[in-house]
Structures are given as structure tokens and as C-alpha cells.
Design a protein around this ligand. Structure first.
Ligand code: ADP
Length: 483
């Protein structure tokens, strides 16, 4: 089957978070199952130096947005055997970052930037460059595509049928704009009733995608439920999602076990040979030396790798720092909200021997934190899926999480279920609940025999794509009638 993944990110070349990981690792698994999966994404400035002249120009066209014409070239390239279509438009993409110049800011013309991505995917089809059976669109950046496909099927009913699947990674981002911007979409107003386009008087691309996609997924079963029933998670579109009934399902993301592999991770000072205790101790010692932390390897080390946003519960983390630093070292890597960055820098400055903070996006350091930490903190307010808890388990760092969304689907609280527990999970989002769980984890850590039981269980957790990829294949098959 031919599947065109359309997204703003793909690891390892353009990643700001879990979306990039998911798009790439799912594509890899689907290709290994024999499907012809290709990814289309913008040619961001950071990708250009990696091309090394190995890209091929396959299509040129012009677009006109807001009365200005722009030249667009689509280039083909490959990464780890996966064919990519890179949308090259210097005006829109030859800039710093993916969404904005920093993790805290988005470009004012992001609507046009990602509408162009959708129009480029349609051009591949119109110009007969490559015809997918399925367009798998991710988040609002690609959510216009289902509506464009619907329009195509109405205008050209005899053209080959292309089905669409929209995966929602985070309902909070919807691609909203003033209604005047509707003209940019290329949709014909007569085909689209106003109530399908508008949300609180504004254009809403995610809503369009929810209504016009053939099927929909959320990135975990619990998040699917939450988006239907909870105002924050549904971000106002709960009823629109409900109207899709069984077309909307929840499939847990997986992680790429080849990439996140403690046995051969090139970013680690020490890889896992066979002894977990040795693996953890050597990486932890290396981090203590690198960051000049106090206390030696007996002192617990708590790690955080996260976007610094309201969603991630960073404000709750602040309230727990004094408690954590009484008994443990804390290493935080994350960028985003400037106020959060400043606060964390301040705390790290005041407690330099027990806390380290780096306000960067730093892939190698992230790997070292997973390997060196004993516990991994994820106090998210809401969490559509979350990959860091899965990665942490794979590297023997025990997650302490707020039990919501994908965190609830992956982490079983040890205190509640000692036979299956693989971490520590709190239900009420407040500092007392979080501190309780941190205290429980730290106490448990003192008994190294018990801790080793948890480590062995972490080691056995399997969050690879094996199971979830089959569920995506079933949806593709249902859509194309291949079953
Ligand atoms: P989200 O997509 O909401 O940011 P996820 O848990 O789904 O959260 O995925 C986060 C991904 O981004 C993981 O691969 C994590 O290691 C990575 N990541 C997050 N922040 C950083 C950072 N500052 N530096 C390096 N990697 C990071």
C-alpha cells in the first residue's frame, strides 16, 4: 500500500518533540512490513546542510498567497531508506527553527507555511508524481488535506480514490485564523458549510480535518476518552470529535527500539552490556563528574527532559524542587516558556551542587539523562501520549508521572499494584500528590533489592511499535478495502 505521511516534523532531521519521533518510527515499521511509505515535510533551514547534494528536484510550481507569488520546488531525498519529499520554498522555510525562531514563539505566517505543505502534497497527486492510497495527516499542520481530498473527489469523481487518516497528537494546537484567511485554503466555499469551517467565528483547520478525514486517531486510548469528555483535553472540539463515533480511535504510540537502544546508543559514555546495575552506575557517575554534582552514586538522581510549557506541569515541578534537593540530585533539560527557563536557571544557580539545568534542545544530553537517572519526572497536566516515560523505562529510569492520557496507559503505580507496577503515578494534579510520589520513590530506592525488581521490570517493558503498527495497518486496510 502507498502511504504519504504529511507532518511538520520527522526525526531525526526535524524534531521538536514526540510528533517527529512518531512520524519517523511508524514509517520505518510500516516500510519493514512491505508498505511504500513516504514522508512529505518542509525543507527547513536546518535540513539543508544535511542534503549533501543527494536530493533530486522533481517538481516546480508557483503559489500565490496574499497577492504574492512564491516559487516552490519539491525535492526527493532519503533518510534511512525512507523516501522524503521536501517542500523547498525559501520565503517560508529558510528560517530558524520549525515553528518559530525559538521554542517559545511561533511565526506569524505559520498558517500559510503549513497550508503550503498541504498544497504541495496535493500537487504530487495532481501532477501524477506519486499517488498514495492513503494520506496520513498529522496534527493541524496537515489537517487541511482531508478537506482538499474531499473537494477533489467532488470535483473529479472519476479520479483514483485516496483515503485520509488524521492523527491528533495534541488538541491544543488547532491552526486558527481570522475567517478572511479562508481564501488561502484553496477550498470552494460552496462545498463546505460554514459550520464545518468556523469555530467561535474563526477559521479552524483542525476542525476541518476532524470532519472531513475518513478516519481519525488520537495517540493513546485514554487521551481519546479525555478529548471526548474533558473540556481541557477536547479544547472545545469535544462534540465535533464525538460526532465521528467509531471512526475515531485511540492508538498508543510506540518508540523506535533501534534508535532508543541502551545496548548501542552512540550518545552514551557507557552502553549496556549485560549488567543493568553496572550500566546505571557508570552512566550516573559520568554525569555526576560532568555536571559536578554532589553525593556520589548512592544519592538518587532525578531526570527531566521536557518542553517547558503549561501542559507539562513545570509549575508543579518548581514547588517540589526544595523537597527533591533535600535527598536527591536533579537534572533538567528543556526549552520553551522563557519564564520557566529563567526560574529553572535561578534554582539551578542557587543549588549548583545538586541541580543542573540546560535550556536547550540537546539530543545527546537527553540520552545521557535517560541513562544516568534513577527516576524520571513527568508531572504533565495533560499528556496525549508522551514518549519520555517509555524511553526512560527502556534506559532503566523509573517514571514518576501524573496519571493522565498516555501516561495512564503506560505507567502502573507500584504502590497500587506491586506485581505489575513499573513506576509511580499520582492522580490529583497538585504538589502534595507529586511530593507523596517522589517521597515514595525515594524511600523505595533506599532498598536496593526492591529497586532492582523495578529495574528488571522496566527492562522488560515493551513499548516498541509491534502492536500499535498493526492497528494502523488495520485502519489503512479498512479504508482501502484491502481486508
Ligand atoms: P511532546 O511531543 O509533547 O514534547 P513527548 O514525550 O511525546 O512530548 O516527546 C518528547 C520527545 O522530545 C522525546 O523524544 C524527548 O526525548 C524529546 N525532547 C524533549 N525536550 C527535549 C530537549 N530539550 N532536548 C532533547 N530532546 C528533547
Amino acid at each position: 500500500m502507498n502511504i504519504l505521511m504529511t507532518a511538520a516534523e520527522t526525526a531525526p532531521i526535524a524534531k521538536a518533540g514526540g510528533l517527529g519521533d512518531m512520524v519517523f518510527s511508524l514509517s520505518k515499521v510500516l516500510r519493514s512490513e512491505g508498505h511504500d511509505v513516504r514522508i512529505i515535510l518542509p525543507l527547513y533551514r536546518s535540513i539543508r546542510p544535511k542534503l549533501n547534494g543527494a536530493d533530486k528536484e522533481i517538481l516546480r510550481f508557483m503559489v500565490k498567497y496574499r497577492e504574492k507569488s512564491r516559487r516552490v520546488t519539491i525535492r526527493s531525498w532519503k533518510i534511512e531508506g525512507i523516501p522524503l519529499y521536501l517542500v523547498d520554498c525559501k520565503h517560508y522555510y529558510d528560517r530558524e527553527g520549525i515553528y518559530g525562531p525559538s521554542a517559545d514563539s511561533g511565526y506569524d505566517d505559520n498558517l500559510e507555511r503549513f497550508i503550503l505543505l498541504c498544497h504541495s502534497a496535493m500537487k504530487l497527486i495532481e501532477k501524477d508524481i506519486w499517488i498514495p492510497d492513503i494520506i496520513h495527516a498529522h496534527d493541524w499542520h496537515a489537517a487541511l488535506l482531508p478537506a482538499l481530498l474531499y473537494q477533489r473527489s467532488m470535483i473529479k469523481p472519476d479520479s483514483p480514490k485516496i483515503k485520509s487518516l488524521l492523527t491528533v497528537h495534541n488538541m491544543a494546537f488547532q491552526g486558527e485564523a481570522p475567517m478572511d484567511d479562508f481564501a488561502l485554503t484553496g477550498l470552494n466555499t460552496e462545498l463546505f458549510p460554514r459550520e464545518n469551517i468556523k469555530f467561535y467565528g474563526r477559521l479552524n483547520l483542525l476542525k476541518l480535518g476532524i470532519i472531513y478525514s475518513d478516519k481519525l486517531t488520537a495517540v493513546s486510548p485514554t487521551y481519546r476518552e479525555e478529548t471526548l469528555t474533558d473540556e481541557i483535553n477536547g479544547a472545545g472540539l469535544n462534540d465535533t470529535l464525538s460526532s465521528r463515533g467509531d471512526d475515531y480511535s485511540g492508538i498508543l504510540n510506540g518508540i523506535d527500539h533501534e534508535y532508543w537502544s541502551p545496548n548501542e546508543d552512540k550518545h552514551l559514555p557507557f552502553i549496556l552490556k549485560s549488567d543493568w546495575t553496572e550500566f546505571k552506575a557508570s552512566n550516573k557517575q559520568a554525569m555526576i563528574d560532568e555536571l559536578k554534582l554532589s553525593g556520589g552514586i548512592e544519592k538518587p538522581l532525578i531526570g527531566v527532559v521536557s518542553r517547558l510549557s503549561w501542559q507539562k506541569g513545570i509549575d508543579l515541578l518548581f514547588e517540589c524542587v526544595p523537597k527533591i534537593l533535600k535527598d536527591a540530585n536533579l537534572v533538567v533539560l528543556g526549552s520553551g516558556n522563557k519564564k520557566y527557563e529563567d526560574r529553572l536557571s535561578g534554582l539551578a544557580g542557587e543549588n549548583a551542587d545538586s541541580m543542573f539545568f540546560d535550556a536547550a534542545f540537546n539530543e545527546p544530553l537527553a540520552h545521557r539523562i535517560y541513562a544516568a537517572s534513577d527516576m524520571f519526572l513527568i508531572p504533565s497536566r495533560y499528556e496525549p501520549c508522551g514518549l519520555t516515560q517509555m524511553i526512560a523505562l527502556r534506559y532503566g529510569s523509573i517514571p514518576i508521572v501524573h496519571s493522565v492520557g498516555g501516561l495512564a496507559d503506560t505507567i502502573i503505580d507500584y504502590n497500587e499494584d506491586a506485581d505489575n507496577g513499573n513506576g509511580f503515578a499520582f492522580k490529583d494534579f497538585n504538589k502534595f500528590s507529586l511530593i507523596d510520589k517522589i517521597t515514595a520513590a525515594l524511600e523505595f530506592f533506599r532498598d536496593q533489592d526492591s529497586w532492582n525488581i523495578l529495574l528488571k521490570r522496566a527492562n522488560k517493558s515493551d513499548f516498541s511499535w509491534n502492536r500499535s503498527a498493526k492497528r494502523y495497518i488495520k485502519i489503512y486496510n479498512d479504508l482501502t478495502g484491502a481486508n
